[in-house]
Design a protein around this ligand. Structure first.
Ligand SMILES: *Cc1c(COP(=O)(O)O)cnc(C)c1O
Length: 393
C-alpha cells in the first residue's frame, strides 16, 4: 500500500535548521577516509564517573525496592541531599519538599519549563549566542523567542538596560546560563542583583541554567544565582550532575528555587515522565555527598588542558583569554573568515572538529568553540597540526 502523506506539526517545521549538519557530514567523510580525528566539538566529559558513584549504582540496582516506578518529584532523600549540597556550596537554604525537583538531566527541565509558563504567543527572552534548547522548548510551548545579544564588550553578559521596556514587559520568562555555554563567561553578584530587580520591574520569571557552576579554574568559585537576595522570589536555578561528576550518560539533574515555578514544572513532568530510576538517584546522593578531592582533580585536569590549548592558540595569533570556568574556549575567527568557513577549514586541513559560533545563534557569528574534553597531549597535537597547516588567528 501507498505510504500516508504525513503532515508534521508546525512546532517541528518551525525548528531552526540544524546548523551542525554540514559539519557532521564532513566529519563522517573524514572518518571514512581513515583520518585521525581530534574531536573538540562535543561538550561531553571524556573522564570516567568517579568510582564511589558507580559502586552505589551497582549495589542499588540489585535492590528490588528500586525496580518500581520512582517518585515523580524525586526521592525525598535525593532532594534532601540537593538541599544540603546547596547549603554547603552556596549558603542557600532550600526546602527539599517544595523547592527542589529532580530532573532527567537539566536539558529536560529547560525543554519542559516553557510548558509551565508560556501560553501560545507569549515571549521568552534568551541570550544570543546561547544553548539551543531554550529556543526549542519555547517553540514547543507555542511561544516566541526574543534574543538578547551578548557581546565581548559586555563580558558576554546581557545589557539589561538596553532591552526596551515594551519587550521586557511582554516577556514571561528569561533563560540565562553562567558560567556560559558557549562563551565560558562568568556572571558576578552585581549582575545578578540587577537581574532580580529587572525581573521584579517587568514581572519575568528567571531560569538560570548553572550546568557549569562546578567547572571552574584558579580556585575562583562562580557565584550562584540563588545566592543573591530575592532570587528565590523571581526564579529558579537548574543544575546537572552531568558535567560536574562526568555523568552525562546517567541523566540526572535538578531544579531549585521558587516553589511556584518548581511546583508547576513538576506538574508538567508528572504528566509526561515518571522520574529517574531510583538506583541512579542513590548514586546521585553519593555524588552530592562526596568530598571535594575527586572534583578538584577533575578541575585540575581541565585547567592543565585549558593552559595548553589557550597558550597554543595565543602563539598562533588568536585573540583569546583563558576561560575562568566551563570547559569551552570561545575563539574569534581570523578577520574575514566566517564561523562555518573556519570550522570547515579546520576539519578539512587538520581533521580537528570544532563548532561554529553561528550554531548558537546569529550572535555567535565570528567565533568558533573548542572543548577541553580530550587529553592535553591531543590538544597539543591539535595546535601542532594548525601550525603545520599555517592556520593562524
Ligand atoms: C550540557 C548542558 C546542559 C544539559 O545537561 P544535562 O546533561 O541535560 O543535565 C544544560 N545546559 C547547558 C548550557 C549545557 O551545556
Amino acid at each position: 500500500m501507498k505510504k500516508l502523506e504525513i503532515e508534521l506539526a508546525d512546532r517541528i517545521k518551525g525548528l531552526p535548521p540544524y546548523l551542525f549538519a554540514s559539519i557532521d557530514k564532513m566529519k563522517q567523510e573524514a572518518i571514512n577516509a581513515g583520518k585521525d580525528i581530534i574531536n573538540l566539538g562535543v561538550g561531553d566529559p571524556d573522564l570516567p564517573t568517579p568510582a564511589p558513584i558507580i559502586e552505589t549504582l551497582q549495589k542499588a540496582a540489585s535492590n528490588p525496592v528500586h525496580h518500581q516506578y520512582p517518585s515523580y518529584v524525586g526521592m525525598l532523600s535525593f532532594r534532601t541531599a540537593v538541599a544540603n549540597w546547596y547549603k554547603k556550596r552556596f549558603k542557600v537554604t532550600l526546602d527539599p519538599k517544595t523547592e527542589v525537583l529532580s530532573l532527567i538531566g537539566s536539558k529536560e527541565g529547560v525543554a519542559h519549563l516553557p510548558m509551565a509558563l508560556i501560553n501560545p504567543g507569549d515571549t521568552a527572552l534568551m541570550t544570543d549566542p546561547g544553548y539551543p534548547v531554550y529556543e526549542a522548548g519555547t517553540l514547543f510551548a507555542g511561544g516566541k523567542s526574543v534574543f538578547v545579544p551578548l557581546t565581548i564588550e559586555n563580558g558576554f553578559l546581557p545589557d539589561l538596560d538596553a532591552i526596551p521596556d515594551e519587550v521586557a514587559d511582554e516577556a514571561k520568562l528569561f533563560f540565562l546560563n553562567y558560567p556560559g555555554n558557549p562563551t565560558a563567561a562568568v556572571a558576578n553578584h552585581a549582575f545578578y542583583d540587577k537581574l532580580v530587580a529587572f525581573a521584579h520591574r517587568h514581572n519575568i520569571v528567571i531560569c538560570h541554567d548553572a550546568a557549569y557552576s562546578e567547572i571552574y579554574y584558579d580556585n575562583k568559585l562562580p557565584v550562584g544565582f540563588m545566592e543573591v537576595d530575592g532570587a528565590k522570589d523571581v526564579g529558579i536555578e537548574l543544575h546537572s550532575l552531568s558535567k560536574t561528576y562526568n555523568m552525562t550518560g546517567w541523566r540526572i539533574g535538578f531544579a531549585v528555587g521558587n516553589s511556584n515555578v518548581v511546583g508547576a514544572l513538576g506538574q508538567v513532568k508528572t504528566n509526561i515522565d515518571s522520574g529517574i530510576f531510583q538506583a541512579i538517584q542513590e548514586a546521585g546522593i553519593t555524588a552530592l555527598e562526596m568530598d571535594d578531592a575527586p572534583l578538584a582533580a577533575i578541575r585540575n585536569t581541565y585547567q592543565e588542558r585549558r593552559d595548553v590549548l589557550v597558550s597554543g592558540l595565543q602563539k598562533l595569533g588568536f585573540k583569546v583569554d583563558p576561560p575562568k570556568a566551563a570547559f569551552y574556549v570561545w575563539i574569534p575567527t581570523p578577520a574575514g573568515t566566517s564561523s562555518s568557513d573556519m570550522t570547515s577549514k579546520l576539519l578539512q586541513e587538520t581533521a580537528i572538529v570544532t563548532t561554529p559560533g553561528s550554531g548558537f545563534g546569529a550572535g555567535g557569528e565570528g567565533y568558533f568553540r573548542m572543548t577541553l574534553c580530550v587529553s592535553k597531549e591531543r590538544l597539543q597535537e591539535a595546535i601542532d597540526r594548525m601550525e603545520r597547516a599555517g592556520i593562524r588567528g
